[in-house]
Design a protein around this ligand. Structure first.
Ligand code: PDD
Length: 284
């Protein structure tokens, strides 16, 4: 069951006019929110990032936070799994094709769907994943969670074509930004290194959780630019996202990362993440 413009319906019944600016221009923004035990994880933070994305594309938020909580709660209740991930999507609405914003403004299109959220498979946790690197050829507003994801789609497919799971993005032949659909951490000498949240990467909600967990457990970390050389010289590489939680990257461009198996920082952060999730989300 999905939500579309004020109504709940089976996804097969959901229809969007072809002149929707999301379809024509990719003119919209989205959020992906994990749900554990039927509770949306970090809802306030996701809604704050949604507002940032909407401000970035100059589109008014169609709902208050309380209204969003109501809609998302209803979608969660109407779907089967206890653990889900919500996909929330807002476009600038339906209008005659013209690059400029419709004037007078039209109603935005608001869509929410839910899918079951599987915990990453045990084999992924024990072996880690392989990744490739590529030039980050995206625009300069990667902090906006825009639905126009063509660069990310092409970059992710490079990984798939190489038999890998993610593409690590390098800006200007110089420094790490993030993954095609994830944030990336480097581990060196027992410390976590994280790229700074600027216009060149999506401010990940899972990224923030990682740094909070590190702070709470006295795990040293530094937030700063990370050079390509540091990426290839890493003891460990970690990937985070709402749907994949935290995973170890054990091979990069066909070469082993560290010992080529998930290392001690991964083990620790993964365990702490699970504990955090359990305490925050599953406690009655
Ligand atoms: N993507 N960077 C990019 C480019 C992303 O697309 C994502 C997540 C992240 C991680 O952000 P978060 O921790 O808030 O999920 C970083 C989602 C999962 C997606 O597009 O499906």
């Amino acid at each position: 069951m999905i939500y579309l413009n004020g109504q709940y319906m089976p996804i097969e019944e959901a229809k969007i006019p072809v002149l929707d600016r999301g379809f024509i221009f990719g003119d919209g923004v989205y959020e992906v929110i994990p749900v554990y035990s039927r509770r949306a994880f970090r809802l306030d933070e996701h809604l704050k990032r949604l507002q940032h994305s909407l401000d970035g594309i100059r589109l008014a938020n169609p709902h208050s936070d309380a209204e969003w909580a109501g809609i998302l709660g209803e979608v969660i209740a109407r779907n089967e799994s206890d653990d889900q991930y919500l996909y929330l999507h807002i476009t600038r609405g339906v209008a005659k094709r013209d690059h400029a914003f419709p004037y007078p403004p039209v109603a935005p299109t608001v869509f929410v769907m839910s899918n079951p959220l599987p915990t990453p498979a045990a084999s992924l946790l024990s072996s880690g994943i392989s990744a490739v690197t590529a030039q980050d050829n995206r625009w300069l507003r990667c902090d906006i969670k825009a639905i126009s994801l063509l660069p990310n789609v092409l970059l992710r497919q490079m990984a798939i074509d190489a038999g890998c799971a993610e593409t690590l993005l390098i800006r200007d032949n110089d420094f790490l930004t993030e993954g095609a659909a994830s944030n990336i951490f480097v581990v060196k000498n027992g410390a976590l290194l994280a790229p700074p949240k600027d216009n060149l990467m999506l401010p990940g909600i899972t990224y923030d959780v990682m740094l909070e967990i590190a702070t709470a457990n006295n795990i040293p970390f530094e937030v700063r630019r990370i050079s390509v050389a540091e990426v290839f010289d890493a003891d460990e590489l970690l990937l985070t996202s709402s749907t994949r939680e935290v995973l170890a990257i054990t091979r990069l461009d066909g070469k082993p990362v560290g010992t080529a198996s998930p290392g001690p920082m991964f083990q620790r952060m993964h365990a702490l993440y699970q504990e955090f999730k359990h305490n925050v989300m599953r406690a009655k």
